[in-house]
Design a protein around this ligand. Sequence first.
Ligand code: FAD
Length: 318
Amino acid sequence: MKVTNHIKKAKGKTLFSFEIIPPQKGRSIQELYNNIDPLMEFNPPFIDVTTSREQYIYIDKGDGLLDRKITRMRPGTVGICAAIKHKYNVDTVPHVLCGGFTKEETEYLLVDCHYLGIDNVMALRGDAMSHQKYFEPSKGGNHYATDLVAQIQNLNCGKYLHDVVESDHKSDFCIGVAGYPEKHMEAPSLQADLRRLKEKVNAGADYVVTQMFFDNEKYFEFVEKAKEAGINVPIIPGIKPLAVKRHLQILPQVFKIDLPETLVNEVEKCKDNKQVRQVGVEWAIKQSEELKKAGVPVLHYYSMGKSDNIKAIASKLF
Ligand code: FAD
């Protein structure tokens, strides 16, 4: 079922969902199941599965030279979506990226999703590769998430690339896109970023999931401004519980977000990461309670492959 239909069916009740990361290649899918199992009692209507960018690795050739190869360390997003969907009878949302894919490869991936009965996809540009300063689109690939949304929307209208087939069978994907309460790092202003978000919605996006934030006011203001900009699709808040002291540096650096002073002080007082994890859980519970009271459609958690803290939060709320 589509994410938007799950929201409609809930009739104002806040739903629980979460995002998982595929295991590194060579690792077992059982690790993933072990982290999903404890969260199923909270009845997530859908689970997101991320896609990671490809990266360069350097192989020692033994003659003092290095061979540069490109690889994807966490492949398998669509396969994992299909496996989880059938194992748990839950909807899954594969993240589909512009970066690293030609439009043809994207079309094949979407066709696979359609055959597998996957009803939702999250359309994202992707970040720059680790060695790049700025994002560069792949040759023959989509540049911005808007272009990817348009490609998916074309498929929903039975329009395949290059018009090589006469289609009598349309896909009907529900399309999610990303939103940034503290603006995307490359956007010149929040208003400019909101105009880009509106373009994604105009191109066919059905709902928005936000980047993590730690101050609910940022989310409430974002939703208000998005409405003023004519964005009328559901805006699902993304919540990440802080888990290690290093997050105080990493999260602002990587995601260009602010951490509230009270939270920073609480974390700095912690003697070890076990205490930090507890502070992170308590902060996320407070955030979630307020958001739930405000009637958000879904509370969507970034699990980063570990479920104990998400379970601790969900058991207070769902
Ligand atoms: P876009 O919407 O394309 O925007 C990117 C930037 O370009 C913005 O600054 C925007 O304002 C600007 N822009 C948009 N259109 C135009 C235009 N026509 N001209 C000029 N500027 C424009 N990354 C992954 O690699 N894998 C994942 O699985 C993944 N999942 C995510 C899930 C969520 C909920 C979120 C919030 C992010 C996720 N990301 C993921 C990160 C995401 O890929 C990055 O934040 C990326 O830098 C931007 O992606 P986007 O889809 O928001 O890009």
